[in-house]
Write a protein that binds this ligand. Structure first.
Ligand SMILES: Nc1ncnc2c1ncn2[C@@H]1O[C@H](COP(=O)(O)OP(=O)(O)O)[C@@H](O)[C@H]1O
Ligand SMILES: [Mg+2]
Length: 417
C-alpha cells in the first residue's frame, strides 16, 4: 500500500499523469455508444413499411389473440434485428394500457452455447420467463413440457425472437422449429408466436415444407439500403454521437457511399464512421476528415481478415499457411512469371507441415473443400481452370494486401512454426 502511494507520488512529481493528455484534449464524441451496433436509436428511418408490417401482424396480441409467426430475412446490416426489437419494445409499452400480458424471449442463435442443443435452448427460454432450470441433467422431453407448461400457466402471449435462426437450424435441425411452431393447440388460453430472423436469403429452402409454411405465415423482406438512405441513418446517429461540427457532410457521404457499394450494410457504415472518429481522435484532431475514413476502412478490413483467419479450424489454417509459404518460396526463386499455384501442388508441402505439427493429413478432396471456403471468405482467390481431359483444378493466389498478409503470416508462424 505504502509502496503504491510512493510510486504514484514520484510519477506525478516528475512528469504528470500519463493520462492527462486524454482528459485535457476535448473528445470528438459526445456519446460513443450511440455509434455502436448494439445501440437502439429512438427513430429508425427508411424502415417504415417493414415496421408497419411486423406491427400489424403482432397487433392481435393486444387483445389477447394469437398472432401469426413472422419470418424476417435480408442481407446483413439491413436493420432486421433493430426493427424487430423496436416493434416488440413498442408493443410491450402499449400493452401496459391493455388488460393482457405479453412476454418476449430474445435468443441470438449464433451466440455460443445457448442454442447448441435443444435442451440449452429451452433452459434459456425458461430462464427468460423467470424459471431457472439446471443447464444439464433433465431429459429433453421433460424440459420441453416444462416450457410449454410455463407458457400455458396463465393467459398471456409469448413472442420468441429467434435471431440468426439459420445457426440454430445448423446445430439442432428443424424438429425444434416444427414442435414449437405447432404448440398453440396445447397452450390453453395462452399463445405463442415466433419471429425468425436470418441473413441467409436461401435459408428457407432447406426447411421441411411443414416447418416452412408454419414459420413463414408472414414474411418480411429487408432490402439493402442505398447510399442516400445510409446517409440519413448516419446523419441522425452522428448528431447524437459526435460533438457538433466534428463531422462534415462529406465524411458522412463517404461512409455512406462505401457501405452502399458493399451490399448496403448499415453496420458497415456505422463502423466506418465510428472508427474514423477514433482515428481522428488518436491523431489529436478535433474534426473527422475524409482521410480518416480511408484509414478506418483499412483498419476494419484488416481486423476482419485477421479475425476470420483466427476463427478458422486448424486444418484450414494449415492449408492457408501452406499457400503463404509456397508463395514466398516462389518469390525467392524469382519465378514470378510462371508462378501458378494449383490445388495439386500444395499437397506435399501441406503434408510436411501437418507432420511437423502432429496434425492429421486430410485427403486432397477435403483440402479442395477448405480451399473453396478460404476463397469464399475472400482470403484467397481460387479460380477454377480446366485441365482438358484431366478434369478441373484451381489456380490459387492470395487475396490479402501486404499489411494483412504480414499479420496473418505472423499469427500462423507463431502457431505452426
Ligand atoms: N434504419 C436504420 N436507422 C438507424 N440505424 C439503423 C437502421 N438500420 C440499421 N441500423 C443500424 O445498423 C446496425 C445493423 O443493424 P441490424 O438491425 O443489426 O442489422 P441486421 O440484423 O439486418 O444484420 C445497427 O447498429 C443498427 O442500429
Ligand atoms: Mg441481425
Amino acid at each position: 500500500m505504502e509502496a503504491d502511494q510512493e510510486l504514484v507520488l514520484s510519477n506525478s512529481a516528475t512528469s504528470g499523469n500519463i493520462f492527462s493528455q486524454y482528459i485535457e484534449s476535448p473528445s470528438i464524441f459526445t456519446d460513443k455508444r450511440v455509434l455502436t451496433s448494439s445501440f437502439v436509436p429512438g427513430s429508425i428511418p427508411h424502415r417504415e413499411e417493414e415496421i408497419k408490417h411486423i406491427s400489424s401482424v403482432l397487433a392481435p396480441m393486444l387483445r389477447g389473440y394469437h398472432a401469426n409467426n413472422v419470418f424476417v430475412y435480408g442481407t446483413c446490416g439491413t436493420g432486421k434485428t433493430i426493427c424487430c426489437r423496436f416493434v416488440v419494445s413498442q408493443l410491450q409499452e402499449a400493452v401496459k394500457a391493455a388488460a393482457t400480458q405479453i412476454k418476449v424471449i430474445y435468443i441470438n442463435c449464433k451466440m455460443e452455447r445457448v442454442s447448441d442443443t435443444e435442451y440449452r435452448l429451452f433452459a434459456q427460454m425458461l430462464k427468460q420467463l423467470g424459471e431457472e432450470v439446471p443447464y444439464t441433467g433433465l431429459p429433453t422431453d421433460v424440459i420441453y413440457r416444462k416450457f410449454f407448461a410455463k407458457v400455458a400457466e396463465k393467459k398471456q402471449s409469448v413472442i420468441i425472437i429467434l435471431d440468426e435462426i439459420d445457426a440454430l437450424y445448423k446445430k439442432v435441425g428443424d424438429d425444434f422449429l416444427y414442435n414449437i411452431t405447432r404448440a398453440n393447440n396445447e397452450l390453453g388460453e395462452a399463445n405463442l408466436s415466433i419471429i425468425g430472423i436470418t441473413n441467409d436469403i436461401s435459408f428457407r429452402d432447406n426447411l421441411d415444407v411443414r416447418v416452412k409454411s408454419s414459420l413463414s405465415e408472414e414474411e418480411v423482406m429487408f432490402r439493402p439500403y442505398n447510399a442516400v438512405q445510409l446517409r440519413d441513418i448516419l446523419s441522425s446517429r452522428a448528431k447524437d454521437g459526435f460533438v457538433k461540427g466534428a463531422v462534415s457532410e462529406s465524411v458522412i457521404n463517404k461512409c455512406a457511399a462505401l457501405a452502399a457499394q458493399e451490399h448496403g450494410d448499415a453496420r458497415r457504415a456505422l463502423d466506418l464512421l465510428r472508427v474514423a472518429g477514433e482515428v481522428a481522435e488518436r491523431m489529436g484532431e478535433t474534426v473527422v476528415k475524409e482521410r480518416h475514413v480511408d484509414v478506418a476502412e483499412e483498419k476494419i478490413d484488416l481486423d476482419r481478415i485477421t479475425e476470420t483467419v483466427k476463427s478458422q479450424p486448424a486444418q484450414s489454417q494449415l492449408v492457408l499457411y501452406t499457400i503463404i509459404k509456397m508463395n514466398e518460396e516462389a518469390k525467392q526463386k524469382e519465378k514470378w512469371a510462371d508462378r501458378r499455384l494449383l490445388t495439386g501442388d500444395i499437397f506435399s508441402k501441406y503434408e510436411e507441415l501437418c507432420r511437423a505439427n502432429g496434425a492429421k493429413v486430410l485427403t486432397q478432396r477435403r483440402i479442395s473443400d477448405l480451399i473453396g471456403e478460404l476463397d469464399m471468405f475472400g482470403i484467397i482467390n481460387a479460380k477454377v481452370i480446366s485441365k482438358g481431359r484431366h478434369g478441373r483444378t484451381r489456380e490459387i493466389s492470395l487475396a490479402m494486401n501486404e499489411t494483412a498478409l504480414g499479420k496473418v503470416r505472423n499469427y500462423l508462424m507463431n502457431r505452426f512454426g
